[in-house]
Structures are given as C-alpha cells and as structure tokens.
Design a protein around this ligand. Structure first.
Ligand code: SF4
Length: 294
C-alpha cells in the first residue's frame, strides 16, 4: 500500500509552528492541492488578504501545467488573485480534467467563462453583499449585477456553488440577509469569513467586534436548512487559533506551505515537482517546527 500525505496541515501563528498529519491511502496521488495562480485580480478589495491588485494576469507557465498534470491530485483548488483572468485558464482546466482531477475554483465571479463550466466541479464565489450598495461599500467596485448574473448562470449549469462572504464593518448589517439570498439563488452552501488583520486589511479599521460576531452567529442558527460555515467566528477557542494551512504552488512552480491567513508564505522547497512529495515527507519527519500527529 502506498503512503499518501494528508494535506490537512495546521498552522499556529502564535508559536509559528506547523502540525501535519499523514494518512494511508491506496494511491500515491495527493488528495488535494491548492495553486495560487496569480496575484492579479479584476477587483481590488480594500481588505484583500492576499494583497491582490488590478493588473494583467500572466500566463501560468507550461512547465507548471505539465507538473500539475503529472501530479494529478484528486482535488485541485485554484485561487489567487482571480483565476479566471489568466489567459490560459481554459487550457489548464482542460488538462487537469483530462487528468481526472476534481476542480474547485475560488473566484470573485465578475468573469466566469462559459467554457470553464464544462471542466469545474465547484465554484467558491466571493460576494460581500446581497444588494448593490453593500457590495460596493465592501468590495469597492460596482459589479453586483454582473456577479449575481454569473451566479445564476453557474447554478443553472449544474456546477456546485458556494458563496463566500468576508464579514467586515461595511457589510455587517447585511449578513442576516444572506440565507434568504442563498435560497433565492438555489444555493445551500454559505461560508462567512471573519476579517482578520492580514494583508491589506491590516491598514483598515473594518474589524467587527466580538459581541456583534456572536450576535450574528446566534441569528444564523435558525437557518438549519443551509450549510453555513463561519470561519474564525470564535478566536478565543484554542482550536480556532490553529489556522489551516495548505501545500501551495505559486505561479513559478515553487512549493510553499501557505497558512491560510499569513501574509508571507514560507518557501520550504524551490526545486522541481519530481521529488516533491518525497521531500515533503522528509520535511514532515525532520523539521523541528513540525509535530506529527499520531
Ligand atoms: S479579496 Fe479576492 S476579489 Fe478582492 S481583490 Fe483580493 S483576490 Fe480580488
């Protein structure tokens, strides 16, 4: 039986420490792999955690596409920046679909090419308001109509949709309207993400205080027909302070361990994909910062 790395990797920012777990699997393929394809975006949210900005996205190098194809994870997660503005995104999706990957894309939903829907399994669509005004206040651009049209298009295509909303002082009052908005659009998955002082958000004063987060949480309990996940709602619980981290490839093909909400990824390897999982395994065994779960 081949050994398989479980990519559930957790990062404790207070101790700057990673915890990894390994699992047995019947296959040598990675279970899931996240690729941050670009730091270019077609929006420029005032709090962007990845500090992405409006600029032309570069093509993903052919060499990286070939490496991903070789690796063929069960689940490929594409994030950024905005993946759908990459000039060669369709080629990447086609290639990875042919390699039997399930493909998840995190997008702001401003531009979703029709052709992409033939290759993706799930889209995480970022929308911070259920109306034009709140959307503009939170995300800084007037794209509400475009995004809601695209949400409807994706739902009609049968591709799974989860809505992602970053909870901050500019949209806090609108959050209770999200469950009805989800039902109206035929969506059952909603992820709320509490704004943390990371990336551009550090320069803002948009953080919702503890009491209001708790009030929101309480109010959401009545919507048990929906699957609602509120990330980092309770920062005081020890478990919640262990932020999730992922093995991530950047757009040059470097493997990084990227804590979900840490501004500078730690580059731990900088060579090719060929022996990457052997090295990952080695890292798990030897890094003084890693603790292996039993
Ligand atoms: S938060 Fe998302 S949509 Fe907004 S600028 Fe950053 S990457 Fe783009």
């Amino acid at each position: 039986m081949a050994r398989q790395f479980d990519v559930d990797t957790w990062y404790n920012p207070a101790k700057d420490q990673f915890i990894f777990s390994e699992k047995l699997s019947l296959s040598g393929k990675p279970i899931s792999l996240t690729v941050e394809v670009s730091d270019a975006c077609n929006l420029e949210c005032p709090y962007c955690l990845s500090e992405s900005e409006i600029k032309k996205a570069a093509e993903l190098p052919d060499s990286l596409v070939a490496r991903l194809e070789e690796l063929a994870p069960f689940k490929l997660i594409l994030g950024g920046g905005e993946p759908f503005i990459l000039p060669n995104i369709i080629n990447l999706l086609k290639t990875m679909r042919a390699a039997n990957c399930s493909i998840y894309v995190a997008t702001n939903g401003v531009h979703i090419p029709d052709e992409a829907l033939a290759y993706v399994d799930c889209l995480d669509i970022h929308i911070d308001g259920t109306n034009e005004e709140t959307y503009f206040r939170s995300m800084g651009k007037n794209r509400f109509a475009q995004v809601t049209n695209n949400i409807e298009k994706v739902v009609a295509s049968g591709v799974q949709v989860r809505l992602n909303c970053v909870v901050n002082n500019n949209n806090y009052g609108n959050i209770p309207a999200f469950p009805a908005f989800c039902r109206e659009k035929g969506i059952s998955d909603l992820q709320l993400i509490r704004l943390l002082p990371i990336g551009r958000a550090k320069e803002t004063n948009l953080f919702v205080d503890e009491a209001n987060i708790k009030r929101l949480q309480e109010g959401l309990k009545e919507h048990s027909d929906l699957s609602i996940h509120f990330m980092y709602a309770d920062l005081n619980r020890t478990k919640e302070n262990w932020f999730k981290a992922y093995p991530v490839f950047d757009n040059q093909g470097n493997l990084l361990i990227l804590p979900e909400h840490k501004p500078s990824p730690k580059k731990i390897f900088d060579d090719t994909i060929k022996d990457i999982f052997n090295k990952y395994k080695q890292f798990l065994r030897t890094s003084p910062r890693s603790i292996r779960k039993e």
